[in-house]
Design a protein around this ligand. Structure first.
Ligand code: NAD
Length: 799
């Protein structure tokens, strides 16, 4: 396959989706121009300009760094169509109207480059019908590209071919979407609403129907259908409020308009629920109108009552017994629910059964394999497990039998029988749709493996479905050392991988020891160390709980010793004779952040949250974080004409004193925790591959650790200046007395304490100051209050 290069993308339509897709392209460094209609009044780019401005205010932020909004090119169809000729990919995301889309395609066709891929983000229209309006030469390069909202955060992208789409085009697009955009691609057939929305919305409507059948209230249903069921914590109705009830109604309407009783035997359950109609008529559209299924009044969350059309007291929880049932192994769980007498248990069985029924009946028409349905539901609807995975885990034949009995008893939403392949042949023999060989493709009547594209060689441990027997990172490779705290292992005998095993990968003394061992081993036999874990937390920092017993017995001195060991471990990473790479994804907080900045290089997933957050528990960074801030300021000052360190210190000081966390890899770079020389990786599953390669490349490039050298600090004048500003903040009521105290201690350390400005100091000297500040705070009652609060409630105490 020749390499498909995307030098520039055009996004057509600056609405909810188009503007956010453009933002995500900027996040991953792809030049983009965003088009919309010419404004009727004022500057012609008015609509796009407004949309780009809107991106800066949107939460959660579609941009990694808000200022990058300026990088989105702005254009309109009246003045700038010629810009399309430079675009290798054109993503159409205008309003959901076939006639409008076709008109636009006619308008842009003469300007499209002869090699460019054109793709529509439609969620409901037929891709094949859309393609029919295109000139013959564009048809082979046209397909569907269905992003989910919000596109930066939602992992799923569905790609949809038409009968005329060239297969190569789809492979090229899949490669780009996977590696450059960092998404999980599922290929869907060209059927209404594709896979995730078809199964997901049918599921939601089915749930609403069963809610009526069993007479449950929204709050109980949300309690049952959230985290406890392995789904998004907002459950069913709160999710609808967040999405917007008008949007929900629109999606339901698409289902009603594009399907019929002939094409979908569950059609009769697609009616708009009475309560949804009523709420919309009343103008209650969910979160955006501050009332929907729920309404917040003061501290209370009220729920809508259809009978009285009033909001009544809410917050009711489900019966404890079902929470216990939901924790049981899958087979037992489903049996208990099915056999339960109470409406809540019956309801849970009913919605799960409806899900199995719907997925099995439709598999052949909407997807190529059962794997695609499970992935689509996990990545598009936040389910922990797709319907087929759960069914298979619970015992294929038994569950199939139960569904069959329910169909016969008239309990299901449709009387459509389960397909024959459920009961006879390879699936029944294998006990499910997912096997080591592949997943069930009912059209081909065989298990088919994942599509192999070279881009997937970049994923060492990709997400996989239950039953696929894919190798697990935890047991793969050759183990060199393993205890409860850490596993040191290798995949290729060239680079040593250190995987921290503690809860949230907190850094206990044993972890620190393990990291030191990793360096010793790698210096002897490997090209480098990669610190990486197979889940989405890098490390939440020092393990306060593990330090508690020592503190109780021996007081602060025990902690000081533990701190020093932690600092030594960090220095060991920095001065190792082989490169140490932190492969970061998710949270890297406190000690986790320190581990990252003391590594030789960072390979960082776009969705990473990095920061020194110790102030939140009334402490200061104590494992080298402040020494790092001081050193970086000195290094930056040394490369500038201005030799005054203080201006270079401000950013790092503020980040630590305010416990700022970068909410993307890009923002963490602004805070100084990720450097320009580090690598940002859009796809989380490529992190290990890139980090291992980076370690090898650095070693092969003749890596030497930095020389230990003294650097200058801002000294007592610096402390005085910073403290002057802190006084204003305290007196203005912006920070508490204790915040002031902690921030002053931080200023003391990063400026090198009570010495002259420009005095050279060592990292060890600053680390000693760090320990002093840290230990003095440990015995402070207000800090103790913060620590206890965090440990008991997980929330910061403001005092
Ligand atoms: P939107 O209403 O927010 O934006 C539509 C944009 O199209 C507007 O900027 C508007 O100016 C422009 N537009 C309207 N009429 C036009 C015309 N005749 N010619 C050219 N441009 C015109 O819509 P959206 O929610 O961003 O949806 C855009 C597309 O993405 C739709 O096809 C929708 O089905 C699909 N989609 C939406 C979501 C979602 O959650 N909103 C998710 C996935 C896919």
């Amino acid at each position: 396959m020749s390499r498909f290069q995307v030098k520039k993308v055009a996004v057509l339509g600056a609405g909810v989706m188009g503007a956010q897709i453009a933002a995500h392209l900027v996040n991953v460094k792809v030049p983009v121009v965003l088009f919309d209609l010419p404004a009727k009044e004022g500057p012609k780019n008015g609509i796009v300009t407004k949309a780009v401005e809107g991106l800066k205010k949107l939460k959660p932020s579609p941009l990694g760094v808000t200022d990058d909004a300026v990088l989105i090119g702005q254009a309109n169809y009246e003045e700038h169509l010629e810009q399309l000729k430079d675009c290798d990919l054109i993503i159409e995301a205008i309003a959901e109207r076939m006639d409008w889309k076709l008109d636009l395609y006619k308008k842009i066709a003469p300007h499209i480059a002869p090699h460019a891929i054109v793709a529509s983000n439609t969620s409901g229209l037929s891709i094949t019908k859309l393609s029919e309006a295109l000139p013959e030469e564009i048809k082979p390069r046209f397909c569907g590209i269905h992003f989910f909202n919000p596109p930066r955060y939602m992992y799923l992208v569905e790609l949809i071919a038409t009968p005329t789409t060239q297969p190569l085009i789809l492979d090229q697009l899949e490669t780009f979407v996977t590696s450059t955009l960092g998404k999980g691609v599922v290929r869907a057939k060209d059927t209404p609403n594709f896979i995730a929305n078809r199964v997901g919305i049918a599921g939601m409507l089915g749930t609403m129907k069963e809610v009526e059948n069993f007479g449950l209230t929204f709050d109980v249903v949300d309690d049952l259908t959230g985290k406890k069921l392995g789904r998004a914590s907002s459950g069913t109705f709160r999710t609808a409020d967040v999405v917007g009830l008008d949007t929900m109604a629109h999606v339901i309407k698409t289902l009603q308009d594009t399907l019929s009783a002939e094409t979908d035997p569950f059609y009769s359950s697609f009616g708009t629920p009475e309560v949804l109609k009523t709420l919309i008529e009343m103008g209650h559209l969910g979160q955006k109108t501050k009332a929907g299924f729920y309404k917040k009044v003061g501290r209370d969350v009220l729920r809508f009552d259809l009978a009285s059309k009033e909001y009544v007291a809410g917050g009711e929880k489900s019966d404890e017994v079902y929470a216990r049932m939901l924790k049981k192994p899958a087979g037992e769980r489903l049996r208990l629910l099915r056999d339960s007498e109470g409406p809540q248990g019956q309801f849970l069985w009913a919605i799960l059964r409806n899900g199995f029924h719907y997925a099995a009946v439709h598999l052949e028409t909407i997807a190529e394999t059962a794997r695609d349905v499970d992935f689509a539901m996990r990545w598009g609807f936040g389910l922990k497990q797709g319907p087929f995975e759960l069914w298979q885990e619970a015992g294929w034949s038994q569950v199939a039998q139960w569904v069959k009995e329910d169909i016969a008893a008239g309990k299901t939403l449709s009387n459509a029988p389960l397909p024959d392949w459920v009961f006879n042949g390879p699936v029944a023999d294998a006990g499910g749709v997912h096997t080591a060989e592949g997943s069930w493709n009912p059209a081909a009547k065989q298990f088919v493996p994942r599509r192999h594209l070279p881009v997937y060689d970049r994923q060492h441990f990709p997400e996989n479905v239950l039953g696929s027997n894919a190798p697990k990172a935890e047991t793969s490779g050759r183990t060199l050392h393993e205890d409860d705290a850490i596993r040191l292992w290798t995949l290729d005998d060239e680079v040593l991988i250190a995987s921290i095993k503690t809860k949230m990968h907190a850094i206990s003394p044993d972890v620190a020891e393990g990291l030191a061992l990793a360096v010793d081993m790698a210096e002897k036999d490997f090209k480098g160390v990669v610190i990486w874990s197979p889940d989405d937390v890098f490390s939440v920092g020092a393990d306060l709980q593990a330090m508690l017993p020592a503190f109780m017995v021996a007081g602060v001195s025990a902690i000081e010793g533990a701190e020093q060991e932690l600092q030594n471990a960090m220095l060991k990473l920095r001065y190792a004779n082989v490169p140490v790479i932190s492969a970061i994804r998710g949270l890297a907080l406190g000690g986790g952040c320190e581990m990252a900045v003391y590594s030789s290089r960072r390979v960082v997933a776009m969705e990473s949250y990095i920061g020194l957050v110790e102030v939140g528990v009334g402490l200061v960074p104590g494992a080298g974080g402040l020494a790092y801030i001081a050193r970086r300021a000195a290094e930056n000052a040394a490369t500038s004409m201005n030799k005054d360190i203080l201006p270079f210190l401000t950013e790092g000081f503020t980040a630590a004193a305010m416990a700022k966390v970068g909410t993307s890899a890009l923002e963490s770079r602004k805070l100084g925790y990720v450097l320009d020389s580090d690598i940002i990786v859009p796809n989380k599953d490529e992190l290990l591959f890139v980090a291992l390669n980076e370690a090898k490349a650095m070693f092969d490039g003749g890596y030497r650790p930095p020389l230990r050298r003294a650097f200058t600090v801002a000294g007592r004048n610096g402390v005085a200046t910073i403290k002057g500003q802190l006084v204003n903040m305290r007196d203005g009521g912006f920070i508490s007395e204790h915040d002031f105290h902690i921030a002053s201690l931080i200023a003391g350390v990063v400026c090198g304490g009570d010495i002259d400005a420009g005095t050279p100091v060592t990292e060890e000297y600053l680390m000693a100051l760090e320990r002093q500040a840290f230990c003095s705070l440990l015995t402070h009652p207000k800090t103790q209050e913060r620590i206890m609060g965090m440990m008991s409630t997980g929330k910061p105490v403001r005092n």
